[in-house]
Write a protein that binds this ligand. Structure first.
Ligand code: PEP
Ligand code: MN
Length: 267
């Protein structure tokens, strides 16, 4: 299998940015940060500058949102993608954004540096095939109730089309526990690092579902060997249009970065 350690002993490193100086799966921990959704130009600029100052290398934000309710905010669509492109031009930060539908792959790929496949689409095989035909790296999130093997087979769908730049993302799984939004499967990190040569990132925001859980889960992920983190940050979490409860204010993100750095130095 293309994702397996037997296929390639060498770890996959994905280079991004104008100078290709951001390396996912390299020696350094890479942090992706930004709001759950693009909500407007001002808040994107403000958040991007804040997270960049704290050491985030890539900017995240959804323009097409997979919401549980069809009546909830669905994202800004192409207007949101245009704002992201503008912020990239200004900051130099590569953009990570979700694509939900095969019909939008070409559009999203024309703006994004990394295509995000959301947990709810991990086994949308036509979508995996379509992103596999692009040249863009893919951040593949683990499904809500997917096994590690199913996550790896989803990666195979992308790689089988010729796109080997797949980043795996553990974002918590459904269990009987309700005190957290999902249960972060910390063990998935060393299991994946052993089985595959692909980079492994962790999303502590969607795992914990509450802001106060983000830093401890991020530290656990780094201690367990994660190559990077994807974290939700919002300038005013209380009024966020999606995932405000789990979003960090820029100042809390800055302290999380310090904590995570000290863990990274220790491992
Ligand atoms: C997100 O990143 O905002 C998101 C919807 O994540 P997930 O697909 O992991 O739920
Ligand atoms: Mn979110």
């Amino acid at each position: 299998k293309l994702a397996s350690r037997e296929f390639s002993v060498q770890s996959t490193a994905i280079r991004l940015g104008d100078a290709a100086d951001t390396v996912i799966g390299g020696r350094d921990l890479v942090v992706i940060a930004g709001p759950c959704s693009v909500e407007g130009r001002e808040m994107m600029h403000e958040t991007a500058h804040a997270v960049q100052r704290s050491g985030a290398r890539l900017l995240r934000a959804g323009a097409f949102k997979p919401r549980s309710s069809p009546y909830a905010f669905q994202g800004m669509g192409e207007e949101g993608l245009k704002i992201l492109a503008e912020v990239r031009a200004e900051t130099g930060m590569p953009i990570v954004t979700e694509v939900m539908d095969t019909r939008q792959v070409e559009l999203v790929a024309s703006y994004a540096d990394v295509l995000q496949i959301g947990a709810r689409n991990m086994q949308n095989f036509p979508l995996l095939t379509e992103v596999g035909r692009t040249q863009r790296p893919v951040l593949l999130k683990r499904g809500l109730s997917a096994t590690i093997t199913e996550l790896l087979m989803a990666a195979e769908y992308i790689m089988a089309q010729g796109n080997g730049d797949v980043i795996l993302c553990e974002r918590g799984i459904r269990t009987y526990e309700t005190a957290t939004r999902n249960t972060l499967d910390v063990a998935a990190i060393p299991v994946l690092k052993r089985e595959t040569h692909l980079p492994v990132m962790v999303d502590p925001s969607h795992a914990g579902g509450r802001a106060h859980l983000v830093a401890p889960l991020a530290m656990a992920a780094v201690a367990a060997g994660a190559d990077g983190l994807i974290v939700e940050v919002h300038p005013h979490p209380a009024t966020a249009k999606s995932d405000g409860e789990q979003s960090l204010e820029p100042s809390a993100f800055a302290s999380m970065m310090q904590q995570v750095r000290s863990v990274a130095l220790a491992v």
